[in-house]
Design a protein around this ligand. Sequence first.
Ligand code: NAD
Length: 496
Amino acid sequence: MITLNEKQTDEAAVNAPTRTKIAVAKGDGIGPEIMEATLRVLQAAGARLDIEEIEVGENVYLAGNSSGITKEAWDVIRQNKVLLKAPITTPQGGGYKSLNVTMRKMLGLYANVRPCTSLAPFVKTKHPVMDVVIVRENEEDLYAGIEHQQTDEVVQCLKLISRPGCEKIVRYAFEYARQYGRKKVSCFTKDNIMKQTDGLFHKVFDEIASEYPDIEKEHWIVDIGAAMLADSPEKFDVIVMPNLYGDILSDVAAQITGSVGLAGSANIGESCAMFEAIHGSAPLIAGLGVANPSGLLQAACMMLNHVGQNDIAEKIYNAWLKTIEEGVHTPDIYQEGTSKQKVGTQDFATAVINNLGQKPAQLSSVAYGKGIKFNMPKYMPKPAATKKLLGVDVFVHWNGRDPEEIAKQLQQLDTPEVKLSMITNRGIKVWPEGFAETFCTDHWRCRFQHAQEQPITKEHIVAILAKAIEKNIDTIKTENLYAFDNRKAFSLGQGQ
Ligand code: NAD
């Protein structure tokens, strides 16, 4: 255990501010250098931390652990609940699982928070007035990793979006805005196309936004929202997004501030949290002493805010801004004319230490006040809806190309009440009344519904599937078609 800023004597300890135990992973490549620099700044600033070091990453992978982390390391993280992590190297070749994805899922780190702020005119950027925080949902969406090959020609990946997942991330975004004095939360989805999944995210956004009347809210379809973000980031403040859009756009946002090397990120869960720089282990400059420790230092400030040491976070952040403003720059951001002094990793840290207690003159300083406290109530499940089974989509692997022909075969599966009503191919309606121009693969969705639009039973589905076996029709999966509280909860065929 390493102790930053020793515990006080017994009498003094009574009134001393709380200390926090954290786990630290020094990582690979430039990881150990930037971690050393960061810990020096934390120590000098008076951070009240007891550090337990763990090993994760390349050596653990190469020792035969495909997840890059040992059971002992998991235990330390779960006991301490907070991890400050330097970047790690994922070895080349197959079979190694991403440690970051594993950690997010295993520890329930549902919110990925990435502040992206321009430091103009001290760091070159096309967007000098940018100060955006991306809040990315971190556990669901296409990252559930549920993929299947279903036919010779078609593979699928399930996009799972849950109400608790949406509520947690959207509330986190609004709480973040309120606690950090931000004015607006924007939501990006593609709910004009994905009406169920992104539709739920948008709906929950509107519901939760109504609990925060003091904060402006807006929704953008992700494509035009992304274009606006890249072109005019000054229009945005906090942006909340489902996982995939957030993954892509948080990198875009960080890059257009001037450098991905400057940004940190927080991965927040209900009981654990992990803080890291957004860049990787930069193996080509490892050991040269030139890496910029700013990303990890930003992450450390987010960690200090998270554990209630806001005073220290504020002191470090303002000293860091002042150092950037003074033109003391590592080579990645050094620019003739703007920068004054080119320094290595440790000298940069020393410059930040020398500025502790000072504020920037031109860049906006931060003030975290008495502390940041999020109000995140436990998820309360809604009462169960009344659920009606209105039909079934039977997916079929069939190598023919003529929809009329497969329809004829599938109509043999009709029961007296439940009939084939539609066939789509990759979501496009091809029967009845399809277009000859529509390209068809070997993957057919065949919808069966009650002829009088009545609910059907699971016995109907079993009867349809039993007949399919009899008729040698290759069914590959089924999806039940439900109405929840009389609201149809499934997509129509494109063109239906
Ligand atoms: P990278 O971020 O390591 O490097 C990209 C470029 O940015 C390189 O030119 C590098 O020299 C430069 N750079 C990155 N951080 C810098 C810093 N602090 N100061 C100065 N320059 C910096 O990305 P990569 O090369 O694609 O990946 C290298 C390794 O890092 C891979 O093994 C990858 O899997 C891993 N990685 C880890 C994480 C993580 O642990 N969170 C994230 C991304 C990549």
